[in-house]
Design a binder for this molecule. Structure first.
Ligand code: PEP
Ligand code: MN
Length: 346
């Protein structure tokens, strides 16, 4: 349930509503917008007691939250969320480009990639330390050694770093080394991991599971928000369909839909979304056109020798070309977000 406070509601009136929501057995979540405050009642409580708040002072109306995801929905928070990752704003004006190798393979490999992607215009660095691999015989990542290399790359380039976390056991050590934690597609519904990440003071990049509906994806995000971490960025990375020409089917419309249903920023991963170097530029442009707040792109000094995901990784020259191909859409997106923000303020 949502209690919409009137524009003139006073602080004691808001505090009273919060108190009554608690008494009714719900968790109160307050969103303070530009002109009004919304208090959401989340959880399982006595609904009629919330409905009765319609006559409480300062209350404009009481409505049900239409979607199963609550705190993630735009109904609870109409204004877009901006997530700050080590000084880079995701979800504000402009489109953030995160680039780097699928896996950190060596110090030399990561540092050279970090400098190259920065030069080409990337604003964040990626690199896997703990890798979810389909086969146990494939390269599993360098673990702690990779985290140290990622940290060094950030010190050298100033680029904030994101890396994947697969297990609750690794959360603390990863938090010590990087700026953002990625929940990979395979772990989107690892509820123990989501619950743990809800308690950390680091932003989370939540990838959509390969077979997850948009609703399931947003409910996974709800675990993070309801547990206390609202620094969440969604990432569409392709889903499983009958198509076999591409590694996954990049669900372009889901980027737009997720932005419609939720206030959280939404990024696009054209690398895993297609599995093909040759499609990265086109899908990146398309993602920006439908409103993506950022792109995450795999880059490797020599894709042919990559220990994971070589076929979809761009070399340095390829990444520079893609950055040039998306420069105009990125600029236009920044202008239109700015306009949207100005309109919202009018
Ligand atoms: C990755 O980012 O390298 C990765 C494994 O992504 P996903 O979880 O989307 O497959
Ligand atoms: Mn990868």
């Amino acid at each position: 349930m949502i209690v919409n406070m009137s524009e003139k509601a006073t602080e004691p009136e808001i505090a009273h509503v919060i108190e009554r929501i608690r008494e009714a057995g719900y968790q109160p979540h307050v969103t303070r917008g530009v002109s009004r405050t919304i208090v959401a009642a989340v959880g399982n409580g006595r609904r009629h007691e919330i409905e009765a708040l319609l006559v409480a002072p300062g209350v404009e109306n009481v409505v049900a939250i239409a979607q199963p995801f609550k705190l993630v929905s735009r109904q609870v928070k109409p204004e877009r969320t901006v997530v700050n990752v080590g000084g880079v704003a995701i979800g504000g004006a402009g489109v953030v480009v995160i680039a780097g190798p699928c896996s950190v393979e060596s110090r030399e490999q990561l540092l050279s990639t970090a400098h190259a992607v920065k030069k080409a215009g990337a604003t964040m660095l990626r690199g896997g330390a703990y890798k979810p691999r389909t086969s146990p015989y494939d390269f599993q990542g360098l673990g702690l050694e990779a985290l140290k290399i990622l940290r060094e790359a950030r010190e050298q380039t100033g680029l904030p770093v994101v890396t994947e976390v697969m297990s609750t056991e690794d959360v603390d050590i990863i938090c010590e080394h990087v700026d953002m934690l990625q929940v990979g597609a395979r772990n989107m519904q690892n509820f123990a991991l989501l619950r743990r990440l809800a308690t950390v003071n680091k932003p989370v990049l939540l990838k959509r599971g390969p077979s997850a509906t948009v609703k399931e994806w947003l409910l996974a995000a709800e675990y993070l928000l309801s547990g206390g971490n609202s620094q969440v960025v969604l990432c569409e990375r392709g889903i499983k369909t009958f198509e076999t020409e591409m590694r996954n089917t990049f669900d372009l419309a889901a980027v737009a839909l997720a932005r419609d249903l939720s206030h959280l920023p939404v990024m696009a991963d054209p690398s895993h979304g297609t599995g093909k170097q040759s499609l990265i530029a086109a899908v990146s442009r398309a993602a920006v056109a439908v409103g993506a707040d950022g792109l995450i792109i795999e880059v490797h000094p020599c894709p042919e020798r990559a220990l994971s995901d070589g076929a979809q990784s761009l070399d340095f020259a390829g990444f520079e070309k893609v950055m040039k191909a998306i420069a105009e859409p990125l600029r236009k997106a920044a202008v239109s977000v700015q306009q949207e923000t100005n309109l919202a303020k009018v």
